[in-house]
Design a protein around this ligand. Structure first.
Ligand code: ADP
Ligand code: MG
Length: 281
């Protein structure tokens, strides 16, 4: 049996207090294995981003446990969590902005700087990551002057520059035309095949979801189906467990909800950097 890379048990997340309480996740138990490609799908507001933030240790559950490599994470100190996110995870979030006034190269270098990699080595690695996403020739451009698809590729370069175990992507193709979206997708899957990076992707995009080995369908904070276990977890839900593919029309309509504004509202501080304190060479 393979040991899970990330395991959750009975995850619950409640936002707000008293009258404003909202249960965004209502008991999520899953194992994600090393090297898997996992799509988290479901309607807008179903809890996908919330689950992703918890899996990525960007936020704490109200109840339940998350283990990473069989280690419980609840009691880890902020410093250790930052180090884990920096070294083991890569993020491709639309709301995870680049520093648009800085160069492409400096944006990709950032995680290495945080990790304390020497300046020569970080330059070498950042250029290699930019080559992977075929943006090496733009390294000295201001990030601001790139197209949407190019920015997304810079995000991917930054996500892989530390050789992460897992890439978390929240709607990675959300704002892209379909041709560009396809390029981003094939890039992510190539990283999975060639480097064994686990992909956890929140998406409304059926084609992207179907490319993943595994689809986890979330509805009202519950898992209603998981293609790996192939269980209809009907005891978890009070109403119908309809196939999420039928919801495409619905989700398309709401696709705009799942955007930067919505994310920013509850976006934890992902970077956790104190750049000012960084020693400039
Ligand atoms: N910080 C927050 N405060 C209150 N409610 C929130 C917060 N973040 C998310 N929610 C609510 O939790 C539910 C799930 O949100 P989210 O995980 O972003 O859904 P999805 O990514 O599936 O669209 C939504 O109803 C949303 O309004
Ligand atoms: Mg979302």
């Amino acid at each position: 049996m393979t040991k899970a890379l990330i395991s959750t048990h009975g995850l619950r997340k409640t936002y707000g207090k008293r009258n404003n309480k909202f249960d965004a996740l209502r008991g999520i138990t899953i194992d994600i294995n090393k090297g898997e490609t996992v799509a988290i799908v479901g309607k807008s507001g179903s809890g996908k981003s919330t689950l992703m933030h918890l899996l990525a240790l960007l936020d704490k559950p109200t109840k339940g446990e998350i283990t990473l490599d069989s280690q419980p994470t609840a009691k880890l100190k902020a410093r250790r969590l930052n180090a884990i996110r920096n070294k083991e995870f890569g993020f491709v979030f639309q709301s995870f902005f680049m520093n648009s006034n800085d160069t492409v190269l400096n944006n990709v270098i950032l995680p290495l700087k945080i990790a304390g990699v020497s300046s020569r080595e970080r330059r070498r690695r950042a250029i290699a990551a930019l080559k992977t996403v075929e943006l090496d020739d733009k390294r000295n451009n201001k990030a601001n002057n790139l197209s949407g698809g190019q920015k997304q590729r810079v995000c991917i370069a930054r996500a892989i520059v530390n050789d992460p175990k897992v890439i978390f992507a929240d709607e990675p193709t959300g704002n892209l035309d379909s041709a560009t979206g396809e390029k981003i997708i094939s890039l992510l899957f190539r990283l999975n095949r060639e480097k064994g990076i686990t992909l956890i992707i929140v998406t409304h995009d059926l084609e992207l979801a179907n490319k993943c080995e595994r689809q986890i369908n979330i509805k009202d904070g519950h898992i209603v189906s998981d293609s790996t276990t192939d269980t209809e977890l009907s005891d978890n839900v009070d109403d119908d467990t309809d196939n999420w593919e039928d919801e495409e029309a619905d989700t398309q309509k709401f696709a705009g909800d799942n955007n930067i504004d919505g994310m920013l509202d509850h976006q934890p501080h992902i970077t956790h950097i104190d750049i000012d304190k960084e020693e400039e060479e």
